[in-house]
Ligand binder design. Structure first.
Ligand code: LMR
Length: 331
């Protein structure tokens, strides 16, 4: 009798502690083997460690839970707790200032980028998400985008009349139009098939995405244009986050801090490795534009900075220019 009671009490305790475990669903659209995918796994491991199992982060890679275009509203509704959308995905949410990250040739390197993402301008941008029920926790790097197509992309004229898949950003739409291309907004998970079937001719992405989505199978030419940046903000449902016990939230903040250091450390390495793998595949011809060709692209895209200034706000843009040294009047 006594033993039965002890057993029942033990089972109840196990049940209670199991039900007290907090589950965080972390959804993202890229492969597990990318800077974002690896950093998400790192965070999940650290979160379990630091909270001693009180929090379980379930990572859903490759749009297996939500596609881009669906994930933001799902986070706001609370059906997923954590995401790391690319910065281009915040414009459609109504926080257009984020599209400053999409401006062509805005950043020459990660140092210029970090002047924004690791400083007060980046923090102020994340704070703008709060009225939308979203809390921004960190910026995670990916890298610089390159263009691909089935025909060579050397001169600006090579882009003319070609359909390029873009993320849903008005700045990216203008960027493609500036070189005479036709922008086509599309979910990331649909790009491979669209390239394969010829729905679009080409695309832009960091090489880590180009490689892990196997785009090299369906694109004959990759031009290392490094014409724009693509990276992420890690975000959570604000109500969920604020409702966590303070000690748990603190432990998760620490896990996120460590995951961010890791993410930003591996971003360049992962893109370098991916480029090596693309070359090795032998399926895509990798072209490095000459300085003149790259400058011609930069010049052709410069009007985007003037045309889109009001959209992102002149103040935001000035802050970006100050941090990056980009001067559109010099083109
Ligand atoms: C894209 O849609 O091209 C990117 O946002 C994918 C990603 O998350 O890196």
């Amino acid at each position: 009798m006594k033993l039965k009671f002890v057993l029942a009490a033990a089972l109840l305790a196990v049940g209670l502690s199991a039900s007290a475990q907090t589950i965080i669903k972390f959804s993202h659209v890229v492969a597990a083997d990318t800077p974002k995918g690896k950093a998400a796994e790192f965070f999940a491991k650290k979160a379990a460690e630091l909270t001693k199992g009180k929090v379980k982060v379930e990572v859903y890679a490759n749009s297996s839970l939500y596609k881009d275009g669906e994930e933001m509203s799902s986070l706001q509704l609370g059906s997923v707790q954590m995401l790391a959308p690319s910065l281009a995905k915040f414009g459609p949410l109504g926080v257009k200032e984020f599209e400053a990250f999409d401006f062509p040739f805005m950043f020459d390197n990660y140092t210029e980028l970090h002047n924004i993402t690791q400083g007060p301008v980046g923090a102020a941008l994340l704070a703008k998400l709060e009225p939308k029920g979203i809390k921004g926790l960190a910026y995670w790097d990916n890298g610089f985008k390159s263009f691909s197509a089935n025909t060579p992309l050397k001169t600006v004229a090579d882009y003319k009349g070609k359909k390029f898949r873009i993320q849903s950003s008005k700045v990216l739409d203008e960027e493609i139009r500036a070189v005479g291309g036709i922008p086509q907004v599309m979910a990331f998970s649909e790009v491979y098939q669209a390239l394969q079937t010829g729905v679009v001719d080409g695309t832009e992405n960091p090489i880590s995405n180009f490689y892990t989505q196997k785009m090299y199978e369906v694109q004959k030419h990759l031009s290392l244009t490094n014409h724009g940046y693509l990276g992420y903000a890690v975000i959570v449902n604000k109500k969920f986050w604020d409702g966590l016990p303070a000690d748990i939230r603190g432990e998760l903040e620490e896990a996120m801090k460590e995951a961010t250091v890791y993410a930003n450390k591996i971003a360049q390495e992962e893109n370098d490795k991916a480029l090596e793998s693309v070359r090795k595949s032998g399926k895509t011809e990798v072209y490095t534009p000459t300085n003149e060709e790259r400058m011609a692209l930069k010049k052709a895209m410069a009007p985007v900075h003037i045309k889109m200034a009001d959209r992102v706000g002149k103040d935001t843009l000035q802050q970006f220019y100050k941090a990056t040294g980009f001067d559109p009047s010099k083109l």
